[in-house]
Design a protein around this ligand. Structure first.
Ligand code: CA
Length: 233
């Protein structure tokens, strides 16, 4: 039995009322507080006003769709650090990849079992806490990563990363020159019991490089193996 996480608020953005009720019932039983919004616009407003600890975001919403909602959340300083788990239809691989590209931190495919969803939520919150607590700043060339403050300065400019991107960056930057396989990076991002596609790691790395801009090449691809942070003398 895991320790009860109490006092954490989860925002559910979903238009299908039966799914909202299912999630609410199960998460409340686990000690979470639940907020819900039936449209993307309402979800954005609620996220800004209440700053929840995590957002469960359906992609198929009336009006503004989930991908656009995610984009806005991740582009806003007030909400970009909130972990987002997207809910996608089964086997919609494209949705999953697009979701990660716009900054979602994880995904769950519908239909899901409440047990799986709760485990994912817990795992995400645990990792989020762990990232906040640890470590002194890491310097790689022109890039400074401050794990305690969840802040990255590259060439004097502050860059916003999602929780998942940040976690990957810290992992690579702590050991410059070391090559990490995709499965090692996946382990870093997710508890062992879950399967995450190699492709998802590639998408996250592509996001990292893009955001790092002229320093994106610090993250090197090692063909057939994985990725490493360049050693900069
Ligand atoms: Ca929906």
């Amino acid at each position: 039995m895991e320790t009860l996480v109490t006092g954490k608020t989860i925002l559910i953005v979903e238009d299908e009322q039966d799914i909202v009720e299912l999630i609410t019932y199960n998460l409340e039983r686990e000690g979470f507080r639940i907020d819900s919004a039936g449209t993307g616009e309402d979800g954005l407003k609620t996220a800004k006003a209440n700053s929840p600890d995590l957002i469960l975001l359906d992609l198929m919403l009336p009006g503004m769709n989930g991908l656009d909602v995610c984009r806005v959340l991740k582009a806003d300083d007030a909400t970009c650090h909130i972990p987002v788990i997207i809910l996608t239809a089964r086997d919609e691989d494209v949705d999953m990849v697009t979701g990660l590209e716009v900054g979602a931190d994880d995904y769950v495919t519908k239909p899901f079992s409440p047990r799986v969803l709760i485990a994912r939520v817990r795992a995400m919150l645990r990792r989020h806490e762990a990232t906040r607590e640890v470590g002194s700043p890491i310097h790689v060339g022109e890039v400074t990563i401050d794990p305690g403050r969840h802040r990255v300065i590259a060439g004097g400019k502050s860059i916003e990363f999602t929780f998942t991107e940040f976690k990957l960056l810290v992992k690579l930057a702590r050991h410059p020159g070391w090559v990490f396989s995709r499965s090692q990076l996946i382990d870093e991002l997710r508890d062992d019991q879950y399967v995450i596609a190699d492709r998802a790691i590639d998408v996250q790395v592509a996001n990292l490089r893009k955001k790092l801009g002229e320093y994106g090449h610090y993250i090197q691809t090692v063909r057939g193996v994985g990725y490493r942070m360049q050693e900069i003398p």
